[in-house]
Design a protein around this ligand. Sequence first.
Ligand SMILES: [Fe+2]
Ligand SMILES: [Fe+2]
Length: 483
Amino acid sequence: MALNLLIVDPDDDWLMSAKEYFEGMNYKATVINNGKDAQMSLYNGSFFAVILNINVKKHAGIQVLKFIKTNHPSQKVIMITEIDEEMDLEDQWTPEKLQKAGATEVVVRPFEFENLKEDLEGHQSVTDMVSTIKRRKELGPEEEVSLGDDEFTSVKIDEFYSSQPVLFDIFVKLKSNRYIKILHAGDELSKERLDKYKNEKNVEFLYFHKKDIYKYVKFNNYFTKKIIANEKVGGAKKVKMLQNVSEKFLEQTFSEGMKPLIIDQGKEIAENVYELVKNQDDLFAVFKDYSDFDPNAYTHAYLVTMFSTAIIKQFEWQSKTTIECTALACLFHDIGKMKLDPSLLEMKVEDMNEEQLEEYKRHPELGLELIDGNPLINNSVKQIILQHHEHFDGTGFPFAKRGSKILMLSNIVCLADNFVHVIQDEDKKPMEALKVLLSRRDELTWYNSSIVECLIKVFVNPEKIIKENHLPSNSRIVNKKVS
Ligand SMILES: [Fe+2]
Ligand SMILES: [Fe+2]
């Protein structure tokens, strides 16, 4: 079933071209050149999305947007605006202002229909995506293309789940900057076909355009959610699936920044993290043996997310909101590093000179700047990001806060972050990393001791909490029963 669009713009010629373009893409488009008639259409029909130019007349665009937000609060609205370089920004409808007024996305003229389509697709559910894709009866021909390596992203073929039909074009790499398109969007990708590439052609990785990462993430979030709900599947597989989708998601975040679409997908991942941590009783065993520690930044943020939420799970005050909120903050905790000089990202903190260290220490505040004012992210997430390097004993940064002045959740993320650094930088398995962390007694004062205890509990079968590790002197951990 085609998805209905309402397109509202004062320019009749543009409207006709838009109609033609979107109908060619399997949408059904209603086009209207003024605000008053647009409101009438909204009374009478329902739409997957409204594309609305702020400059329409007879009921101005902003009035129509307000009408929509009052009467159909969940309606997706993509606003079109124009910025006049000569005019003061104060007097214009900037994307920020329009988002505050309720626009789901904002596109600034000039743009191509292709950009508009990408914004629309970003908000589709998986079912919507499948319904708008043009299914092909026969497989398209294999096509060789010369495109830059930096336009592609890869996924191990073993981690690629067949979907019918595939939502985007899929390639195999021949050599640097040369690829073969093996599947066109809409082609069917069967398990047999995947096996054939893997076994007969020895293909290790499949490639797709970076601009399609959001479709990959959307599909995999949906699929991972189903797997997490399946009691017959073991914890290790679920943790790995979440890792795959989170890493692609983070790759997208680091290249595109905090767009509404990206935040929505982060929330979906956070929900999946919650479901996994809440229901999977064998996570302690999974974490003990976990060994997939690629030292990259995307794996880092994922591991911090998993260990932070696993620590929170040990506290009695844990809730769905706390876990989801922390998971989202963890995914984005180092987002401020996007704004640092890339050479700093490859350095270890111990190797930085004073100037570099000062620069590095700005990343929590830079992270906050990137998301501040974003109505889709709540204040707790922002505070966790801002405080994730504050230490309980006042030796952290950026504000050298101490004790109860630091959010408990930030201190949890701080511990998980440092724990994951031991794992990744010193190439240790989680249990070894735990011993290393506990042996550095002067660093244990960075954390509230109850948090350290909870990190230990993460690795212990809840049935048998044994005091076998060297605990902080004020530890209260005993052989108490944990439900
Ligand atoms: Fe950090
Ligand atoms: Fe970090």
